[in-house]
Design a protein around this ligand. Structure first.
Ligand SMILES: Nc1ncnc2c1ncn2[C@@H]1O[C@H](COP(=O)(O)OP(=O)(O)O)[C@@H](O)[C@H]1O
Ligand SMILES: CC(=O)OP(=O)(O)O
Ligand SMILES: [Mg+2]
Length: 405
């Protein structure tokens, strides 16, 4: 009898669940194969929707009420069952969960037990938008599949190697310690996967190369990876710090918060919502989607132009800073929705940065493709690359390795 070789991956957000079912072994080419992928949206908001794509098949969409995460997972299970892929016991080796905040303790994926659940719960104040959704996903999957190991894969894990000078804020040390205030960093699964793939693209071992990864999705973060180990990242205590994002401000003077409280009379939760949900590109120009921002730039819209310029300015500052952190940079890798698709963002981010050895070849940068590829000219000292991320594949790989070794 062959052993269970499928992994269900759940990436639970506050109001959505992305899922994938993968076959890990015994596939035609020996690499893990995605059997189906889907997205359940608008959980608890009314007007819910599930979109599902089976391997080699057509995407289908339906509307349904999704009052909570349990309902979202049931919807995902129904979609999978309709393809003849019921995600339950005999075939399923593990359910892999993206957990955003793992604090300092979780440096590796773990099989979830009561104690792990308690620890993830204890970290809720540090990731109030993400960890509760991740917990709901784990609890629901466990109830649906009681015999299958639930594996938590943490966004923070890859960043636990960041040295103290980069991880500490210059705060009263006792206060910082008491409240666990330090740089944790996020999107670690993506930074790990993309930095490794970038080394492979250069034909080198991860231990031999220094890479700056720019994960530019709705949330966005940069990391500096030296010889396969993360040494710096732009997100901090929470996923709010660093780059300009779709709706998040990234770096600001912390005194802005006091001003808004004292002068504008805003409550802490109102400031929180302002910085997390109504800032970034959306705050600057009203649109959080880079496609829309670029369309408006082309129409001569000045607000969109400014939003784009602020976004690019911040990116370039981080490129300079991380070059100083690494000393030698072998590659800069663009990834996630914006990084993989927006050639203009890539071109603007490195334009004129000969001083850092950076340049892109216009033809290579604009060539379509889904494969990892180099877009810098041959003469450039540092390779610039587009390396599509795959957080779900990385979570499945880590979860499967944990339960089979
Ligand atoms: N062709 C494109 N050009 C510019 N931006 C794009 C393009 N396609 C997707 N995006 C951007 O990618 C974002 C989503 O990225 P993604 O990595 O899926 O984010 P998340 O995982 O945070 O939802 C969208 O908000 C959109 O702005
Ligand atoms: C941690 C984080 O910001 O995740 P996302 O980009 O998925 O919101
Ligand atoms: Mg993402």
């Amino acid at each position: 009898m062959t052993r269970a070789n499928r992994v269900l991956v759940l990436n639970s957000g506050s109001s959505s669940v992305k899922y994938q079912l993968l076959e890990m072994e015994g596939t035609e080419d020996g690499a893990p194969a995605r059997l189906a992928a889907g997205l359940v949206e608008r959980i608890g908001e009314g007007g819910g929707r599930v979109a599902h794509t089976p391997r080699g098949g057509k995407r289908r969409e339906r509307e349904l009420e999704v009052p909570d995460h349990a309902a979202a997972l049931r919807a995902a299970a129904e979609e999978l069952a309709a393809d003849g892929l019921p995600p339950d016991a005999p075939d399923l080796a593990a359910v892999g969960h993206r957990v955003v905040h793992g604090g300092q303790r979780f440096t590796e994926p773990v099989v979830v037990d009561e104690e792990v659940l308690e620890e993830i719960e204890r970290l809720v104040p540090l990731a109030p938008l993400h960890n509760p959704a991740n917990l709901a996903g784990i609890r629901t999957a466990r109830a649906l599949n009681p015999g299958v190991p639930q594996v938590a894969v943490f966004d923070t894990a890859f960043h636990t190697t960041i040295p103290e000078p980069a991880a500490r804020y210059a705060l009263d040390a006792r206060v910082a310690e008491e409240h666990r205030i330090r740089r944790y960093g996020f999107h670690g699964t993506s930074h790990a996967y993309v930095s490794r793939r970038t080394a492979a693209l250069l034909g080198r071992e991860p231990a031999e190369v220094n890479v700056i990864v720019l994960h530019l999705g709705n949330g966005a973060s940069a990391s500096a990876v030296a010889g396969g180990r993360c040494v710096e990242t732009s997100m901090g205590l929470t996923p709010l710090e660093g780059l300009v994002m779709g709706t998040r401000s990234g770096d600001i003077d912390p005194a802005v918060v006091f001003l808004l409280a004292r002068v504008a009379g805003m409550k802490p939760e109102e400031v929180d919502a302002l910085l997390n949900e109504r800032s970034g590109l959306a705050g600057l120009c009203g649109d959080n989607d880079m496609r829309e921002v670029l369309r408006r730039v082309d129409e001569g819209d000045q607000r969109a132009r400014l939003a784009f310029d602020v976004y690019i300015h911040r990116l370039r500052k981080y490129l300079g800073a991380y070059t100083a952190v690494l000393g030698r940079v072998d590659a800069v890798a663009f990834t996630a929705g914006v990084g993989e698709n927006a050639a203009r963002v890539r071109a603007a981010a490195v334009e004129g940065l000969d001083v850092l050895g950076l340049a892109v070849d216009e033809r290579l940068n604009n060539a379509p493709g889904r494969e990892p590829r180099i877009i810098s000219p041959e003469y450039a000292r540092t390779a610039v690359a587009v390396v599509p991320t795959d957080e779900e594949l990385e979570i499945a790989t880590q979860a499967f390795a944990l339960v089979t070794t």
